[in-house]
Design a protein around this ligand. Sequence first.
Ligand SMILES: [Zn+2]
Length: 89
Amino acid sequence: MLKMHRRCPYCGQDLMPEPGFYFGAMYFSYAINVALMFTFGVGFEVLFHPNNILFTLASIFVPTVLVSPWNFRISRAIMLYVLGGIKRM
Ligand SMILES: [Zn+2]
């Protein structure tokens, strides 16, 4: 999951602008996680009205863990677009 090209194989864009560049991506990851947890939790409550708090907690954490690889990569991509000097084509 952590493997990544040093440079884009298509256009040569530097994907490691500086050491520790992707530490900032955890802020994007955190924001995405909070949004997903809120959406899953409220959505489950509204749709199913569970009687047990454990079902609600599971509805929040299980999908969040399942989408964590996607979240990891999309956070890095957002970091590159926001602070990595990548220009949209
Ligand atoms: Zn490229």
